[in-house]
Design a binder for this molecule. Structure first.
Ligand SMILES: [Zn+2]
Length: 193
């Protein structure tokens, strides 16, 4: 099963408020399957569809990191119906590699979602599992964990993301230059042959 390229900040797809899934078909099941494989390979404990460039309300979570098949959760159209408690703990994101910061999240949540066949799923989650689900649901609303930061933590994130944006831009420019050069090198190769 193919691994999907993970979109990195500042890709605008990460800022889209995703529409609900309304069609529960083979394409959706394949996307979920590929997302689980991509999450495990990264490795990560959660992945949302916009992180692989698809604006739809689908997320996968596995806080066992691939150790326990029963820990894999595929959440379609998930929403938090109840939240309680509060904890400040470290968080990171596959779309913002090499940056972690402490974010406040509820410690207990109740989630309503759908399964891949469209049936209703009720889920209770606590602590790190709850944190992972909150993080992924945020992605479906175009929200990144750094958006929750305030004060000095926000400033640290802002500086990191600025550097990351510049790097992404430079890499994109290099890719474009390579594309422009490509026909030339083909000609060279033909001439050499
Ligand atoms: Zn993330």
């Amino acid at each position: 099963m193919p691994l999907l390229p993970i979109r990195l900040f500042p890709d605008p797809v990460l800022r889209v408020e995703c529409p609900e899934v309304t069609v529960f078909d083979d394409d959706l099941r394949q996307l979920a399957k590929d997302m689980v494989a991509t999450m495990h390979a990264a490795p990560g404990v959660g992945l949302a569809a916009p992180q692989v460039g698809v604006s739809t309300r689908l997320a996968v979570v596995d806080v066992s990191g691939g150790e326990d098949a029963s820990a894999i959760h595929v959440l379609v159209n998930p929403r938090i119906v109840e939240a309680s408690g509060e904890e400040l703990d470290s968080e990171g994101c596959l779309s913002i590699p090499d940056f972690t910061e402490r974010v406040k999240r509820p410690t207990q949540i109740q989630v309503h979602a759908q399964a891949l066949d469209g049936s209703s799923v009720e889920l209770e989650a606590a602590d790190f599992f709850a944190r992972a689900i909150c993080h992924e649901i945020d992605h479906l609303d175009g929200v990144l964990f750094v958006d929750h930061l305030r004060g000095l933590r926000r400033e640290r994130a802002r500086r990191f993301l600025k550097r990351m944006s510049r790097l992404q831009q430079a890499q994109e420019q290099a890719r474009e230059q390579n594309r422009e050069r490509a026909p030339q090198s083909q000609t060279d190769a033909a001439a050499g042959a």
